[in-house]
Write a protein that binds this ligand. Structure first.
Ligand SMILES: CC(C)(COP(=O)(O)OP(=O)(O)OC[C@H]1O[C@@H](n2cnc3c(N)ncnc32)[C@H](O)[C@@H]1OP(=O)(O)O)[C@@H](O)C(=O)NCCC(=O)NCCS
Length: 281
C-alpha cells in the first residue's frame, strides 16, 4: 500500500511544507545538504495519491543516523511511520551501518522501542533569542584552521563512534561558521563548532574527554562570546549540568527534551558530547 523511494529535488517543496507542520523551520537547503552528505538517504513515502511522508538517513561508517520522520496527519496510525523507520534501518544496513541512532520525542519512545531502539541519554533542546554571554575567554583554545581538520576528524570519531569526515569538513569550511579547538602540544583535547546562518546560529558538535570537563566549559564559553547577540540553538545532554548552567546564564531557555535512542551495539561514550543537529547526530 505504501512505497518508499529516494527524495529528488522536485520533492523539496513537499518535504519542507510537511516538515514545517512540526515547526522544524526547515528549508530546501537543509534537504539539499542531507542529499550532499548521503545522496540516497532522504526518503519519501508515497501511496497512490502521491507523497505522504518523509525521513532522512545518514551513514558514517558503522554508525548511521535517522531523523526528520514525519507522516501526513491524515495518513497516520496505518503503519506508514513504522514502515518508514524499518525501511530506513534496512537502508542504513546496506551502507554498512551496525548501530542506528535517533532523537525521539518522549511520547514516541515506545513507538521506536517496538522497532527495537533502546533509550540512551536525554537531551535538552535550548534556544536563546539573543545570546548575552559575559565570560572571560580561555587562553588554551585556538580558532580552527584547515590544518586542524584531520586531527579533529580523528578526535571526533573516537567520541562519536565513527568518522564523520564529510560532515565536519562541510561545516568547518563553510564561511562564517565558528570553530575552536583545545590543543595540548600536537594533540587535540576537544573542539566546538557553530553553524551561522545570518543572525541565527546552531552550536554543536562540542566534544572533549569526559575526564576533562573544564575543556568543554571553555569551548562553550568561547563560542558563546563570539555569538553575542545571536539567536541560537543547542542540544545538550541533560546530565551535563555545568554546560547547561552556562547556557542558561547566556540567555538560553529549555524548549523541550528528546531521548537519544540506539538500535544495535553501543557506540563510544567516553566523551562529553553535544549533538550536531537532531537529524545528523
Ligand atoms: C511519529 C509518526 C511518524 C508515526 O507515523 P504513523 O504513520 O502514525 O506510524 P504507525 O502507523 O506506524 O504507528 C503509529 C501508531 O499507530 C499504530 N498502528 C499502526 N497501524 C495501525 C492500524 N492499522 N490500526 C491501528 N493502529 C495502528 C501503531 O501501533 C502505533 O501505535 P502507538 O501510537 O501506540 O505507538 C507520526 O505520528 C508523525 O508524523 N508525527 C509527527 C512528527 C513526529 O513527531 N516525528 C517524530 C520525531 S522523533
Amino acid at each position: 500500500m505504501f512505497r518508499v523511494r529516494t527524495m529528488a529535488p522536485k520533492d523539496f517543496s513537499f518535504a519542507v511544507s510537511l516538515a514545517n507542520t512540526m515547526n522544524w523551520n526547515m528549508t530546501a537547503a537543509d534537504f539539499e545538504f542531507n542529499r550532499q552528505l548521503e545522496p540516497t538517504g532522504c526518503l519519501i513515502l508515497e501511496e497512490d495519491s502521491g507523497p505522504i511522508g518523509l525521513a532522512t538517513c545518514i551513514s558514517y561508517g558503522q554508525v548511521g543516523w535517522f531523523g526528520n520522520l514525519v507522516v501526513d496527519e491524515a495518513h497516520r496510525k496505518l503503519g506508514a511511520g513504522s514502515q518508514l523507520v524499518k525501511h530506513s534501518v534496512s537502508y542504513l544496513k546496506t551502507r554498512g551501518v551496525t548501530t542506528v541512532g535517533l532523537y525521539a520525542y518522549p511520547h514516541l519512545v515506545e513507538f521506536y522501542g517496538r522497532i527495537g531502539f533502546r533509550g540512551d541519554v536525554d537531551f535538552v533542546v535550548l534556544k536563546a533569542n539573543a545570546i548575552s554571554a559575559n565570560f572571560g575567554a580561555s587562553e588554551n583554545l585556538k580558532i580552527v584552521d584547515a590544518q586542524d581538520l584531520p586531527l579533529i576528524t580523528d578526535f571526533d570519531s573516537s567520541c562519536f563512534g565513527s568518522p564523520r569526515k564529510r560532515l565536519l569538513e562541510a561545516i568547518f569550511t563553510s564561511p562564517g561558521n565558528i570553530g575552536y579547538v583545545a590543543v595540548d602540544g600536537s594533540r587535540i583535547e576537544g573542539f566546538v563548532v557553530a553553524k551561522v546562518f545570518g543572525e541565527v546560529a546552531e552550536i554543536g558538535p562540542l566534544a572533549c574527554p569526559r575526564s576533562k570537563p573544564k575543556i568543554a566549559v571553555d569551548l562553550l564559553k568561547a563560542v558563546l562570546i563570539r555569538l553575542y547577540g545571536f539567536e541560537a540553538y543547542m542540544y545538550l545532554p541533560a546530565n551535563e549540568i555545568s554546560l547547561l548552567e552556562i547556557a542558561l546564564n547566556a540567555g538560553f531557555t529549555e524548549k523541550f527534551r528528546l531521548k537519544r535512542m540506539f538500535l544495535g551495539p553501543d557506540v563510544a561514550k567516553n566523551c562529553i558530547y553535544s549533538a550536531e543537529s537532531l537529524e545528523r547526530g
